[in-house]
Design a protein around this ligand. Structure first.
Ligand code: NAD
Length: 257
């Protein structure tokens, strides 16, 4: 099978949660495609078990331009700081709201603290990431693209995921609502919904995902890897997706069939 070449030379891409897992694969993918990449994460160190090199250093080692801005996306003022930092590189053209956290809890055990923590990062972070990036694009007259990270749990209920799934369902409607209101400014808003991807989103998740898949005779037939997601983000952020907005691309190995 062939591959699709992407060219983001001259564009600045902000990826939240770009230090590890899916965000790291997406950030390096944009770096390889020539974009200036800003990783906005609470920590520069990757949680991934196979590397210790921060994402921005990987991109620079490959000849690209990248920066790390320590950011807690649940605080909108910190998102504003990232967007200001992007102005030093010409301003944000593409915003990827990917930072996410997960706590595995039965519905009856979720506390208000659990709920607020997961909603603060996943939904509040994506909401104000979308809004603040859009305001900045409008101020600069840039017809940019925003890509949010959803999940198959936005559509399919899974045990121990209730509060997390609620954030991802929220991201679905955030994406569609923002797409509707921002179209007049030439800004497109889309989402990528991963299935089970082997990452360290919480300790033991990669092994748990692989184990659950081995026991099942349905789809997916394997756990995804972060690199499986890269193409969907690049496509939705690109001019090739110029007539695509409010859409979700499901990259889930057939999880919902
Ligand atoms: P990951 O833990 O490998 O990466 C998440 C990144 O977000 C980490 O680098 C972490 O430091 C960062 N982060 C956490 N809290 C933050 C905050 N407050 N501000 C900024 N950054 C913060 O996990 P992942 O699996 O790559 O998850 C990425 C996204 O993909 C999340 O939104 C997650 O919900 C979503 N997702 C993951 C899966 C999966 O199976 N792994 C499936 C569907 C959706």
């Amino acid at each position: 099978m062939g591959t699709i070449d992407a060219d983001f030379a001259g564009e600045t891409v902000v990826v939240t949660g770009g230090s590890s897992g899916i965000g790291r694969a997406v950030a390096t993918g944009f770096g390889d495609a020539g974009a200036t990449v800003i990783n906005a994460d609470v920590q520069a160190e990757p949680k991934d078990v196979d590397t210790e090199t921060p994402t921005h250093e990987v991109i620079e080692e490959r000849g690209g331009t990248a920066a790390f801005v320590e950011t807690d996306v649940s605080d909108p003022s910190q998102i504003e700081t990232v967007i200001e930092a992007a102005r030093e590189f010409g301003g944000v053209d593409v915003m990827v709201n990917n930072a996410g956290v997960h706590r595995s809890l039965e519905f009856l055990d979720v506390t208000p603290d659990d709920f607020d923590f997961v909603h603060g990062v996943n939904l509040r972070g994506a909401f104000f990431g979308t809004q603040l990036a859009a305001k900045d694009m409008i101020d600069r007259g840039v017809e940019g693209a925003i890509v949010n990270t959803s999940s198959t749990t936005a559509e399919r209920a899974e045990r121990n995921h209730s509060h997390y799934a609620a954030t991802k369902g929220g991201i679905q409607m955030l994406t569609r609502s923002a797409a509707l209101e921002l179209d007049a400014h030439g800004i497109r808003v889309n989402a990528v919904a991963p299935g089970p991807i082997a990452t360290e989103i919480r300790e033991g998740w990669a092994d748990e995902a692989r184990g659950a898949i081995e026991e099942s005779d349905g789809l997916p037939s394997r756990a995804g890897i972060p690199a499986d997601l890269r193409g969907a983000y690049l496509y939705l952020a690109s001019a090739d997706a110029g007539y695509v907005t409010g859409e979700t691309v499901w990259v889930d190995g057939g999880s919902r069939l």
